[in-house]
Ligand binder design. Structure first.
Ligand code: IPD
Ligand code: CA
Length: 272
């Protein structure tokens, strides 16, 4: 059993490691040169800063909590009872092309249950933190999801990768547009989830996301009063899954249009 002291200690550490990795990532961004990237696959960018950020985060975690495990986007790893899930840069394509919309995303899970989540954009200096049952904050201020109920006044961000057949994406996007949603894509799924938590966006849909991209963001949305997909509680952290996170007032429409199951207590939030 995890004591609240253990969790508080890790929460303070999470904030520190996001900031120190943020310095590495911001330095890499400011000093990058044109076409300074490699491709891992179609539309899948890699920079030296991804590796440097992950190495830094991994070393910090393992020197402070040697019993914990680390599972990261670049170097893989184990998922033990106490595990840190690390995305050293989410939005690498934006980072590589000079767009300041990227972040570091880290979550801490115990027995596969998300306990802490943190997302940091070192350019805007915005740090999002969530702790299970203790709420979510942006730069220390409590967060809550938007109050949207009308699709025709709501914005959904939809993520894309080559991991799912194009037709499936197009079908979901068509359904969302036909219902009247504004649909956008900004290239960092983790930041997109953070922006559902802070109410700048109303929902995020992606038909396959890896755990390092989404666990911290899903915890933020859930702690900010949003509805989240069942991947959050039952998904395979090694394989990733289908992701939906939304403000409760449009949850039923999104669940239908994206064919993604939600954890059901959101119905209470709609009625409240
Ligand atoms: C990607 C971004 C993108 C999402 C992809 C991710 P990366 O992560 O979050 O928005 O649609 O599924 O793989 O490659 O920038 O770390
Ligand atoms: Ca990522």
């Amino acid at each position: 059993m995890e004591s609240s002291e253990d969790i508080r200690e890790r929460e303070a550490f999470l904030q520190d490691v996001l900031r120190s990795a943020g310095e590495i990532v911001k330095r890499g961004f400011d000093s990058r040169s044109a076409a300074d990237w490699a491709m891992k696959g179609p539309q899948d960018y890699l920079t030296e800063t991804d590796a440097a950020s992950e190495k830094h985060i991994r070393e910090k975690i393992l020197s402070r909590f040697p019993e914990d495990s680390v599972f990261g986007e670049e170097d893989g790893g184990d998922i033990g009872v106490r595990a840190w899930i690390v995305d050293p840069i989410d939005g690498t394509a934006n980072f590589a092309r000079g767009l300041p919309h990227f972040c570091i995303s880290i979550s801490y899970v115990v027995d596969r249950e998300p306990v802490l989540g943190g997302i940091y954009n070192p350019v805007s200096d915005e740090i999002y933190l969530a702790r299970r049952t203790h709420g979510a904050t942006l730069n220390g201020k409590p967060l809550s999801v938007s109050t949207a109920t009308d699709p025709q006044a709501a914005t959904v961000e939809m993520g894309w990768s080559t991991r799912v057949a194009l037709e499936e994406y197009l079908d979901v996007m068509t359904a969302l547009l036909e219902r009247g949603f504004n649909v956008r894509r900004c290239g960092s799924g983790a930041l997109a989830l953070a922006q559902v938590a802070d109410g700048r966006s109303d929902a995020y849909v992606e038909l396959h996301m890896n755990s390092w991209d989404c666990i911290a963001g899903l915890l933020l949305v859930s702690e900010a009063g949003g509805a989240v997909c069942t991947y959050f509680s039952t998904g395979d952290l090694r394989e990733g899954g289908r992701i939906l996170a939304t403000t409760p007032g449009i949850a039923d429409a999104l669940k239908h249009d994206s064919a993604t199951a939600l954890i059901e207590p959101h119905r209470q939030a709609v009625r409240a």
